[in-house]
Ligand binder design. Structure first.
Ligand SMILES: Cc1cc2nc3c(=O)[nH]c(=O)nc-3n(C[C@H](O)[C@H](O)[C@H](O)COP(=O)(O)OP(=O)(O)OC[C@H]3O[C@@H](n4cnc5c(N)ncnc54)[C@H](O)[C@@H]3O)c2cc1C
Length: 299
């Protein structure tokens, strides 16, 4: 099976290429800019020369032309907003469909994804010659081995019929954490009562050398943390060594994002909270007492 990979960010490209290696015999990356991509293992790089002032979405026609010529069995695409636009447009051009939020591939290349808000799993298989699948960070199992880039072939840029025009640009607050790469993550939920209490949560994360993530309500309802840091079916899929869930009830939409953690530790004042079903270790207690005690002990 021949798999093509496209991603916006270098670390996502490396991760998807590594995961693709476990799924197929041949892995080829589509790269815009320069072929110098650290840590990727592929048989070939299809290099698209960067075009001055062209937005990444406007490389769609170039990617579609390549797929029409090469007909890989699968195009794996990083699950970002912009990549979703590209995947959708490419699919429309080549007559394929896009399977989003893939959690797993079976050997027969069926893709599993959560539906109905995360309460059911649906298996989908592409009917077109090339399947297009969007895969989030931490979903595919990586393949070990030294990085090697294979041969590089430069392809011509295909001018899109209509280009995207940038009207204005605004600086967004930078999210400095790289949660998918963190080995230890402290997740915080509605168990905290005010934004200032996040300082205590960060102290715990610092004490274990970890990063802080959160549930969706903390990011989207309270807006106490950036959207990019919430974990779950509509956020990040993580696979850290340790995940500490603080004041998190454990709804499936959240836990699906951490169920590949090696160890889950839950602290919740409600002994019947569903998170305890998933936890390897649990403390039934008030996080406002337990967390300071943990920080003290760790110090
Ligand atoms: C389509 C859809 C997609 C969704 N996607 C996501 C997603 O990607 N990620 C996500 O996180 N959610 C998602 N949700 C929301 C999800 O269903 C839950 O509502 C959410 O995860 C609950 O967040 P929470 O655990 O912080 O809050 P709650 O469910 O309100 O739980 C708070 C917990 O804190 C405990 N607590 C309170 N005070 C303390 C204390 N002092 N000490 C200890 N424990 C305390 C309580 O006992 C409770 O268990 C989605 C929902 C839908 C419908």
């Amino acid at each position: 099976m021949k798999i093509f990979v496209f991603a916006e960010r270098d670390n996502a490209l490396a991760e998807l290429c590594s995961g693709a290696r476990k799924l197929g015999e041949r892995v080829e990356a589509i790269v815009i800019g320069t072929e110098d991509k650290p840590g990727i293992t592929v048989d070939k790089i299809w290099l698209i020369p960067p075009q001055n002032g062209v937005m990444v979405e406007d490389y769609t026609d170039t990617i579609a032309a390549l797929l029409q010529k090469e007909t890989p069995d699968l195009l794996l695409v990083e699950s970002t907003k912009r990549c979703k636009v590209i995947a959708g447009r490419v699919a429309a051009i080549i007559g394929a469909s896009v399977i989003t939020d893939v959690m797993e591939f079976t050997p027969g290349m069926e893709a599993s994804r959560l539906v109905y808000g995360g309460v059911a799993v649906r298996k989908e298989k592409a009917a077109a010659a090339t399947a297009i699948a969007m895969v989030g960070s931490g979903v595919l199992e990586s393949c070990s081995g030294a990085a090697s880039q294979g041969i590089v072939e430069t392809i011509a840029f295909v001018e899109p019929g209509v280009r995207i025009k940038t009207i204005s640009k605004e600086q967004k607050p930078k999210v400095c954490v790289d949660l998918p790469s963190a080995k230890r993550v402290v997740g915080v939920g509605r168990g905290i009562v005010k934004e200032e209490d996040l300082a205590m949560i960060r102290q715990l994360a610092d004490a274990i050398g970890g990063e802080v993530g959160c549930t969706r309500p903390i990011a989207e309802a309270e807006r106490w943390m950036p959207k990019e840091t919430y974990v779950g079916v509509s956020g990040l899929m993580l696979a850290p060594e340790v995940y500490i869930a603080l004041g998190i009830s454990g709804q499936v939409q959240h836990t699906v994002g951490v169920n590949r953690s090696k160890v889950v530790i839950a602290i919740n004042k409600d002994k019947n909270a569903p998170i305890f079903k998933q936890a390897d270790y649990g403390i039934v207690g008030d996080l406002y007492k337990v967390v300071p005690a943990m920080i003290n002990k760790l110090k």
